[in-house]
Design a binder for this molecule. Sequence first.
Ligand SMILES: N[C@@H](CCC(=O)N[C@@H](CS)C(=O)NCC(=O)O)C(=O)O
Length: 224
Amino acid sequence: MITVHHLEYSQSFRVLWLFEELGVDYELKLYERDPITRLAPASYKKVSPLGTAPVISDGDVVLAESSAIMEYVLDLHPSETLRPEYGSPDRARFLFWFHASQGSMMAVLLIDLLLGMIENKSPFFIKPLLKPIFKLTRASFSEPRMKAILKRAESDLATAPFFGGENLTIADIVLSYPMESMHQKGLFDKKYPNCAAWVERMHESPGFKRAVEKDGKSSTVFTS
Ligand SMILES: N[C@@H](CCC(=O)N[C@@H](CS)C(=O)NCC(=O)O)C(=O)O
């Protein structure tokens, strides 16, 4: 049986959701973040080859990286509809969003997070120097990229209810983390009502609700 090593308030919530959506047996091990550093605890780093969440173990196989885990798990359940099959009309759209999540959205969010961390941690006399530089970096790099991807998300969600088209897929599950983060940052405002509605729809999905129950936390994303 596969063991899901779930770190609280982290991207591994998505793997929990995947298993709840599939309705197959799995073992769940919960880990709390270090109270001071808010990083994964030593016990998690022992299991995870990169020291990051999520990670699963399946006999001798220990696998990290959210998207790799999702593909691996679905390979074991080929009859599932959570990934449109080759040649289906939704396939290209699904592939775009499944990879845009980790390849573009998470990358831009991470840059933003990093700039915020540097700003917060720098000595008070450096902050006035950094502020305008980081503002310019955000305005010229991260903000236009976020806006471009949200614009595309908004128009795609106007044509079908899910990122992968007509059905819930692992593209929706993997996107839940960056979409929820952007929503919490207030980036959807009034310009992206389809994106905001998608987040609400995901919260209402029975698999998501079951995963929230197992997780037992107030948020599915890292907020502190
Ligand atoms: N691309 C990786 C990112 C993994 C990642 O950065 N996870 C964060 C949690 S959201 C983590 O492990 N943070 C704790 C730490 O670095 O100690 C994936 O999708 O699996």
